[in-house]
Design a protein around this ligand. Structure first.
Ligand code: EPZ
Length: 418
């Protein structure tokens, strides 16, 4: 069983490029299923979740070629209409393939994606939206059996919650549907804008992606395109968290600072000094971090739920008490117990986490509970006194390209041991 071992504390110094965004690459790879030409995707991150998405494309009959950070997909050879159960369970977000699949096939079968470490991951918003676009969905025995008997047609869809995945599935199904689709209360995350950028390059007609109402005019067919995935804003926040927690000075490059408009003020309130360029951010951690009174996770442009765990790791050693309110997922504090094993003082009460700053953390044997929770343990280990061993790091590899090499390049004593 692989583990990450960290000897701390070590202040981080240096510069690092941020890799492509997992949460943009995945829906774009799903979009490569849409008929018409070849997709050449640059800056595609080397992550196990991306490997799983490529596996799904191959199982569906697509030709996929990967060369470093460039993935080339030709989906004209798509022959299958079913994603095997084991692949659906390997990556819960593979539900985002549904929208593109129903635009290609009259019958699509997927196993229900099931829950994950963040709690039950319902897909009611996905299903009701696709039904409005002309998909009949039968859910039984854990299988989603979808039929498109009279083709897909545009609809005016009101989302009860600005679900990122549901917004993406609607976009993927609507771009070649008959007529106009409106998505009201759409997710506004930068990854939505990136997906729209890719689809538009392929000839789709999409207006106001990134706003709360998105308009899509269906086109007969798409053509091939080359596209470059946006930088990963959560990986950016994680690297900055490492600098903040260790009192170091790190410059993250090839980033979009405006994607972090609700995260940077939190580092500022915690006492970090920052300098911002067009595609880079330098953060200098203070000698003593200050607590941040109230951090509430919200849909974009609010504070992102994916940054909650890494930022909590930073604030465990701040002076004063910080309060988090996790409004997006039901069960996204599993990392708190592991941080407490390292000496943190965190009390969880439902959606609220009260983090009372302690003087220092101590190395310990801990377990990654989920992707961002695992990243939080790495951040904590960088600042902790002594040796931290993190197991179950498969979670971390889903969303971070070789996290130990990234932090080692910034001066951390960190390694992966088999
Ligand atoms: C995407 O998940 C991201 N994953 C998540 O990142 C991210 O945390 C989340 O958006 C919120 O920003 C990918 O993009 C692959 P949602 P998604 O649909 O699409 C409820 C990471 O760490 N909901 O916006 O699944 C749902 O239960 C991952 O990189 C319904 O109730 O998020 C949750 O409470 C973790 N019914 C909330 O909405 C539905 O039909 C947010 O879900 C769909 C969602």
């Amino acid at each position: 069983m692989e583990r990450i071992v960290i000897d701390g504390p070590r202040r981080l110094f240096g510069e690092i490029d941020v890799h492509g965004a997992k949460n943009s690459a995945l829906p774009i790879l799903a979009g490569s299923l849409l008929s018409g030409g070849e997709t050449v995707l640059h800056n595609c991150p080397q992550l196990t979740d991306v490997d799983a998405a490529i596996e799904i494309l191959k199982v569906l009959g697509c030709t996929v070629h990967r060369e470093g950070k460039t993935v080339t997909v030709s989906s004209d050879t798509m022959t299958q209409n079913e994603i095997p159960e084991e692949l659906m369970h390997e990556m819960r977000s593979s539900i985002v393939f549904l929208g593109a699949m129903v635009s290609r096939r009259e019958r699509v079968r997927l196993s229900f994606p099931g829950g994950c470490e963040l709690g039950p991951r319902p897909i009611d918003l996905h299903i009701s939206a696709l039904q409005q676009l002309g998909v009949s969905v039968d859910e039984s025995h854990g299988i989603l059996d979808c039929k498109v008997e009279h083709g897909l047609h545009g609809a005016k869809i009101m989302l009860a919650f600005p679900s990122v995945g549901a917004t993406e599935n609607i976009m993927l199904a609507a771009v070649t549907a008959e007529g106009v689709t409106e998505i009201h209360n759409a997710a506004q995350e930068p990854e939505i804008v990136d997906l729209a950028g890719y689809l538009t390059k392929r000839g789709a007609k999409i207006r106001d992606a990134g706003k709360s109402t998105v308009y899509i005019e269906g086109v007969k067919s798409l053509h091939g395109a080359e596209y470059t995935v946006m930088p990963d804003r959560i990986v950016t926040a994680t690297y900055l968290a490492g600098a903040a927690a260790t009192g170091g000075e790190v410059t993250v490059r090839r980033v979009v600072p405006s994607d972090l408009e609700s995260v940077l003020p939190i580092f500022d309130q915690a006492g970090c000094k920052m300098r911002i360029w067009q595609d880079a951010i330098r953060l200098e951690g203070p000698g003593m971090l200050h607590a941040v009174r109230n951090i509430r996770t919200l849909p974009y442009p609010g504070f992102p739920t994916d940054a909650q765990a890494p930022v909590m790791a930073v604030l465990t050693v701040a002076s004063g008490t910080s309060v988090f309110v996790e409004t997006i997922f039901e069960n996204r504090y599993k990392h708190a117990g592991e941080l407490c094993r390292m000496g943190a003082d965190i009390k969880i009460e439902g959606k609220v986490a009260v983090v009372r700053g302690v003087k220092k953390l101590y190395g310990a044997n801990v377990r990654a509970t989920d992707l961002r929770g695992g990243a939080a343990l790495v951040v904590a280990g960088l600042a902790a006194e002594g040796k931290t061993r993190i197991s179950d790091i498969v979670h971390i590899d889903r969303g971070y390209e070789s996290i130990e090499q990234a932090f080692s390049a910034l001066g951390a004593q960190i390694r992966r041991e088999r």
